[in-house]
Design a protein around this ligand. Structure first.
Ligand code: ZN
Length: 284
């Protein structure tokens, strides 16, 4: 089985505040080591569970955090900024399972550094009326290729939330979030052992019960264009920039919507809307 792993930073072992994941901060070196360590634990678990091939996508910031010479040599690594599928670059129907490592809660929810793609521009994203975060936005994309989400690691809030949505998913809580910038952490060796064991169980379980429906939950069918994406931005200025996208509609001062028949169009529209919004400067 081919396994796809998307690795973010904020949910990784030992990460408890934003400055640790910012490249200009001295603490960022620790962040890179934790991303590599969590990724390696997931890779080891996947191979132990029966994976034949593993592709890792460096999904944080500019995709230049994980160093190839520090990654398990059995895996291939996707790096870099210009990626049309962003945090999910490389996903395709050729994979038998997807794993999300170092993930975190959506903006507005409890959890360490909770946010949705951008830290301050987006207040909320909804698909068919349901608030969604990166795990759903990205998980639905894997689902659109028929790839089930088999494993997720992050703090206890995101692991609990995904277990309620994806039946049978295996998770590893790398820390206990206390606030937005505080957590009770364990030593990486303990966390990595847990990630490896759960990732192994996720893949071996999927291989044993290949018919088990572990795909991201389907969205509600509405009409010929069954996917409705809505984004509430921080300010009307951000929404104004975002609504430059053809086919989008301004719902309110701060909200922009996009309706499509194909989830992959929704995913790409999401990236367009947030990228456009991020060009807005309050005093620019
Ligand atoms: Zn993220």
């Amino acid at each position: 089985m081919r396994v796809y792993i998307s690795v973010d930073a904020e949910g990784c072992t030992g990460i408890f505040k934003l400055s640790q994941v910012m490249p200009e901060n001295p603490a960022y070196e620790f962040c890179r080591r934790m991303m590599e360590g969590d990724a390696n634990a997931a890779i080891a678990g996947a191979f132990k569970g029966g994976a034949t091939e593993v592709v890792v996508n460096d999904a944080h910031n500019n995709g230049d955090n994980i160093r190839i010479d520090r990654l398990d040599k059995r895996a291939r690594l996707i790096s870099g900024k210009d990626r049309h599928f962003s945090m999910m670059e490389g996903i395709s129907g050729e994979f038998g399972a997807a794993m999300f490592v170092g993930y975190h809660s959506r903006k507005g929810e409890r959890g360490v550094i909770s946010h949705t793609y951008y830290y301050s521009e987006i207040q909320e994203a909804r698909i068919n009326g349901e608030p969604v975060g990166e795990s759903e936005i990205n998980g639905f994309l894997a689902g659109s290729f028929g790839v089930p989400l088999a494993f997720l690691s992050g703090d206890q809030h995101i692991t609990e939330s995904i277990k309620a949505k994806v039946p049978g998913i295996r998770t590893a809580a790398t820390k206990r979030a206390i606030g937005h910038a505080s957590a009770e952490c364990v030593n990486p060796e303990i966390s990595w052992k847990m990630i490896e064991e759960e990732a192994c169980a996720a893949i071996s379980g999927l291989i044993r019960h290949s018919a088990a429906p572990l795909a991201a939950p389907p969205v509600r069918p509405m009409n010929d264009a069954p996917y409705l994406l809505e984004i509430r931005f921080a300010t009307p200025g951000h929404a104004n920039r975002a609504s430059l996208l053809p086919g989008s509609s301004r719902i309110s001062a701060t909200e922009v919507g996009f309706n499509a028949a194909d989830y992959r169009d929704v995913f790409r529209a999401f990236l367009c809307l947030v990228t456009l919004a991020s060009t807005f400067r309050e005093n620019g």
